[in-house]
Design a binder for this molecule. Structure first.
Ligand SMILES: Cc1cc2nc3c(=O)[nH]c(=O)nc-3n(C[C@H](O)[C@H](O)[C@H](O)COP(=O)(O)OP(=O)(O)OC[C@H]3O[C@@H](n4cnc5c(N)ncnc54)[C@H](O)[C@@H]3O)c2cc1C
Length: 402
């Protein structure tokens, strides 16, 4: 089969790239997808509710993709199709949008399939083709463009957009194939690793408290005694360790054996008055609003007796309690694997891709978008936003081509 533009992967970024290139009259546009249906990962995003983007300015957005190099790279894509463009795109096609108080943006129905239907219908309306159950196995550069070997035969194309996603949740179809294709075509990778992933904690005291969550003002990551990163956010206790946005967002910078020091209260809240009065230690500390079972377990882990009179707490024990509540130490055994991670860190080296067009700087007429690139965003809608923005940018870059 001969097509003008081939897109590999009908996930979030591939559908966006297909819509944009078909709309731009780039000749025949075809999106190939290994699964029987498109957008599996999109469907399960946000627990099926699909947190598509976040409120705020694009300047705010740039702080949510890791370091300044990443911020610089994502900027043109985000400008080209920003969070307002995303919400308008769906609203104009009849999907009411909901912005939560925390800034996260969802379809009002909280149903990702409603949005996926719009993307697929738009691809179709623009004249783009979608071919499912087609697994691309190999890609070769030819004089005329690219030759793709798939389970159902061969495809020839002049322009190729790789939108195969990362490697997390391999059951969705994103199994890292695109990394292999990129390397074969001459690109380099920052080694892919699971990110937005929970932590498994060594000698964990809180296994029975799974489901309890709390806000932490300061989550510090220490490696070999040196602080390497810090953040804040909601933390969720799991039966094996820690999760929740505060942990997931930091996970790209965490390694096994790191020590996390997690504040449960602010240091200035810990005053001598805490121990005054007739209460037990446990009741006295409840002024901090910590879930009772969690508080008792913290005190047991020190160890100290939760039911002793607060006034009888000696200096040494007070110090221990202060230390635990203002920076409870957790040693990371390991990070959650590919089946647990919500995104892929690493990917195609950014210096090898033109951030203004998404075209390869190594292979002309080859484009990348979405998680295949060395970009991973925080929780809150930043990954879907980048997948859509980079897909639209790649497709729009073919504007003058037909
Ligand atoms: C559980 C979970 C929840 C998430 N929740 C959110 C959220 O609420 N908000 C948010 O912003 N982000 C969320 N994300 C992340 C977000 O879904 C992804 O970052 C985004 O969908 C990536 O889009 P993509 O186009 O790069 O890749 P994908 O959407 O993964 O698309 C890649 C497609 O390529 C296909 N493919 C791969 N290889 C081949 C091949 N060889 N031949 C043919 N087809 C191939 C795959 O089958 C797949 O359909 C979540 C992720 C997970 C796992």
């Amino acid at each position: 089969m001969n097509v003008d533009v081939l897109i590999v992967g009908a996930g979030t970024s591939g559908l966006a790239a297909g819509i944009a290139s078909a709309k731009n009259g780039c000749g025949t546009v075809c999106v190939l997808e290994r699964n029987p249906e498109p957008g599996r990962k999109f469907l399960l995003s946000g627990s099926g509710q699909c947190n598509i983007t976040h409120s705020g300015s694009i300047a705010d957005f740039l702080n949510h993709y890791g370091d300044t190099k990443k911020a610089r790279f994502v900027q043109p894509a985000l400008w080209a199709f920003d969070n307002i463009a995303v919400t308008h795109f769906f609203e104009r096609r009849g999907v009411p949008i909901l912005q939560r108080e925390d800034g996260k943006i969802f379809p009002k129905s909280l149903k990702s399939e409603e949005l996926l239907k719009i993307l697929v219908a738009e691809l179709n309306d623009q004249g783009g083709l979608l071919q499912t159950e087609t697994v691309v196995e190999n890609i070769t550069k030819t004089n005329a463009g690219f030759l793709l070997a798939a389970n159902h035969g061969e495809f020839h194309t002049k322009k190729l957009i790789l939108a195969t996603g990362g490697q997390s949740y391999p059951s969705t179809g994103s199994r890292g194939d695109g990394f292999r294709f990129a390397v074969r075509l001459g690109h380099h990778l920052v080694e892919p690793k699971p990110v937005l992933t929970p932590l498994i904690v060594r000698n964990y005291f809180f296994a029975g408290l799974s489901g309890i969550s709390f806000w932490s003002d300061k989550i510090e990551v220490y490696r070999n005694g040196k602080r390497v990163k810090s953040g804040q956010g909601d933390i969720l206790l799991t039966h094996r360790g820690l999760s929740g946005p505060g942990i997931l967002d930091l996970s790209r910078d965490i390694k096994p054996n790191d020590e996390l020091r997690v504040s449960i209260i602010k240091p200035e809240e810990f005053t001598p008055e805490v121990f005054a009065g007739k209460k037990t230690l446990k009741n006295a500390l409840q002024r901090f609003g910590i879930a009772e079972r969690f508080l008792v377990q913290i005190l047991n882990s020190l160890p100290t007796a939760p039911d002793q009179p607060a006034t009888e707490t000696n200096r040494e024990t007070r110090k221990k309690i202060e230390w635990a509540l203002t920076g409870y130490p957790f040693i990371v055994e390991r990070l959650g694997d590919w089946n647990e991670a919500m995104a892929t860190g690493g990917g195609v080296v950014l210096e090898e891709v033109n951030r203004k067009t998404m075209e390869s700087r190594i292979v002309p007429d080859l484009y990348f978008c979405g998680e295949l690139l060395d970009i991973d965003g925080n929780t809150g809608g930043y990954n879907i936003q980048f997948a859509l923005s980079s897909g639209f940018l790649a497709g729009n870059s073919l504007r003058n081509y037909s």
